[in-house]
Design a protein around this ligand. Sequence first.
Ligand SMILES: [Zn+2]
Length: 226
Amino acid sequence: MRTLLVVVLSLAGLATVGCQNTGLVKSPPAPYFGPRVAAGTAYAPSSAGSVRAAPRSQPVQPTPSEPSRRPSWSTAAWIPDGQERPWQFIVVHHSATPTGNADEFDRMHRAKGWDELGYHFVIGNGTGSGDGEVEIGSRWSKQKHGAHAKILGHPEYNDVGVGICLVGNFDVSRPSEAQMQSLARLVRFLMDRYCVPRNHIYGHGQLKPTDCPGRNFNYADLFRRL
Ligand SMILES: [Zn+2]
């Protein structure tokens, strides 16, 4: 009987091995401003001068012509509605442009014939959006596969890979401190929520021959922050 009890307890212990945080992050702490972010109304950016600071009315439901791209400074806003995709990878990019935001890149990607913005998140550098501001791409809201890491023979990097783009050209500049802070917060959030291991976090250039996210992007700095 005692042996049986030990076996049962051991199995129960085994069942918790793996991503220990799943149970916790599925019930995240209450956000400081309420249970959900109302589009464009509730976030309170801490940095002065954010171009997205002024609240503006936006449709809560995305329309085909203008999908919802919600700026957010809060982890709670990153929790998607409805069924979540079983994300396994995180791929970091730079925009390779000195300025920009999710709307601009969305237009660029559509102009190439893509369905919509290829990334799931865009982290601003204070030009087209706030410095360190995390913009939620329309793909994330829909929990749709990415269009940011097309690797021959490896569809998984788009299928279940979260694409995060930092605005800037890090071949010639560096991410701002605010961008790195937000990137680390976002990556940590994704790691915890989807049990993404550290060795599933990549820069685009680690998956295919490209400079992205720029030769000045400091991987060690990112991993130190996680
Ligand atoms: Zn890239």
